[in-house]
Design a protein around this ligand. Structure first.
Ligand code: LIP
Length: 289
């Protein structure tokens, strides 16, 4: 499950108020990103590898999110993919991916979203409690929202994760990192899973993948290497839709591994990923060392 460390008494404003702020901020940034997309998107920087890109619009989107939150929630902290952590005094931290699915955005593919979540507690997946979330996909005009204890919605439709079919009938979502050694290890794990499931989809945006699980368009999703901002909002959408989001070996979902879906099938996939040592440190490429 998403990490659940009940702050008691609640140390944050009404959840519905935070959901409304998350949606307002995500929609504003989504409008900027979608309507302002140039014909040719420029790469402003790279991160873990030459193909791990930051576009000028990633930076503009996060700047707009930060300015809007400073106006609406001036005492809150912010943890963003591009701008890092800014401390606050309220106990609430906004965890923001200004464009999740950046490579899709770069290529003009529609699977990208602005992901905004409000968490209380230390802002790490192992210690936070996510209380409000919005994943807004402007290119497909889809907006997922969730509030802790209030349910998960796609637009006005309440979401509920159905019991999963048997593993060999499951549509499985996953993703890959940007570094060759990591991708080689992920391919090994994928090769072990592919014959055991219906099929696999790699859509390129974790927040959307998680929301597709909540919406019933994927039966399961797993990925190693997710950052807090990839995970925070989508994990609450899955949990509030009655699904499970977890890591391996009893850990919370996080960089080591994230697995999401209906409880009984998540348990089966977790067991396979543990057996395949899907979270093992990558070794050097074959023939090296
Ligand atoms: C992306 C994730 C996706 C993963 C990509 C990338 P970004 O985040 O949402 O699941 O497979 O490698 O990390 O970089 O577009 O914000």
């Amino acid at each position: 499950m998403t990490s659940s460390h009940d702050p008691s008494p609640p140390t944050h404003p009404p959840v519905a108020d935070l959901v409304a702020v998350a949606e307002q901020v995500a929609r504003a940034a989504g409008r900027l990103v979608h309507e302002g997309r140039p014909q040719t998107v420029g790469v402003a920087a790279t991160k873990s590898s030459a193909v791990d890109v930051v576009t000028a619009m990633d930076l503009a989107s996060e700047d707009l999110v930060r300015r809007t939150l400073a106006r609406l929630r001036p005492d809150d902290a912010v943890l963003g993919e591009e701008g890092g952590h800014r401390a606050g005094t309220s106990g609430v931290t906004w965890v923001v991916d200004p464009i999740d699915g950046t490579v899709n955005y770069l290529y003009g593919l529609p699977a990208y979203a602005v992901s905004v979540a409000a968490v209380v507690g230390e802002p790490t997946p192992a210690t936070w409690t996510v209380v409000a979330a919005c994943v807004h996909a402007p290119a497909t005009r889809e907006t997922w929202t969730a509030g802790r204890g209030l349910g998960a919605y796609l637009g006005g439709r309440r979401l509920s994760v159905a019991p999963a079919p048997s593993l060999d009938r499951c549509l499985l979502g996953t993703g890959f990192g940007y570094v060759a050694e990591r991708r080689r290890a992920q391919a090994r794990v994928l090769a072990s899973l592919l014959p055991r499931v219906r099929d696999v989809r790699r859509m390129g945006a974790a927040a959307i993948d998680l929301c597709q699980v909540a919406t019933g368009r994927l039966d399961l999703y797993y990925e190693r290497g997710l950052q807090p901002w990839d995970l925070a909002a989508g994990a609450l959408v899955v949990a509030e839709a009655g699904g499970v989001v977890t890591g391996l070996r009893g850990a919370s979902a996080g960089e080591g591994m994230t697995v999401a879906g209906a409880a009984e099938r998540v348990a089966e996939l977790v067991a396979i990923l543990e057996e395949e040592r899907a979270d093992a440190p990558e070794g050097p490429a074959p023939g090296i060392g």
